[in-house]
Ligand binder design. Structure first.
Ligand SMILES: [Cu+2]
Length: 146
């Protein structure tokens, strides 16, 4: 009688051990995945791709009754900035100083435009260029070309 119990216990223990070993061998291959090698070259390509795209991007400066926003911007050499008149005033973008605009003579809209209209200028001169609304010179901003 007691011999039969020991046999039953031995079978149960063997089943438990077998089940544990089976589960262990089933779960161990999962963390062993050798695919973490060639990721660096793609990130380098992405970096050069985005830095090349920046000069072609058009930056928008919003002109409202409270002035230019953003008031100071940085563009790459050859970058274009579009000044959009969303104010109730007329807008005439011109480089400093008012009223002669001699710091960057080409950077001068030469005419005032109304609400909803815009003025685009491509910056080919490195440096810090101050500008203002010639028809309301207390509104001014800065374009840094690098
Ligand atoms: Cu002016």
């Amino acid at each position: 009688m007691s011999k039969q119990i020991w046999i039953v216990l031995a079978v149960i223990i063997l089943l438990i051990v077998g089940f544990l070993v089976y589960n262990y061998t089933k779960t161990t291959p999962i963390p062993a995945e050798p695919t973490v090698t060639t990721v660096m070259p793609t990130s380098t390509q992405e970096q050069t791709g985005t830095s090349a795209a920046i000069p072609e991007a058009t930056i928008i400066v919003n002109y409202t009754d409270s002035g230019f926003s953003p008031k100071s911007i940085i563009v790459k050499l050859g970058g274009t900035v579009t000044f959009v008149n969303n104010s109730s005033k007329m807008m005439w973008i011109a480089s400093a100083p008012h009223p002669v605009h001699t710091d960057y003579p080409g950077f001068d809209e030469k005419v005032g435009v109304g609400a909803g209209e815009s003025y685009s200028f491509t910056f080919n001169k490195p440096g810090t260029h101050k500008y203002h609304n010639h028809l309301n010179p207390t509104d001014f901003g800065t374009v840094v070309v690098e």
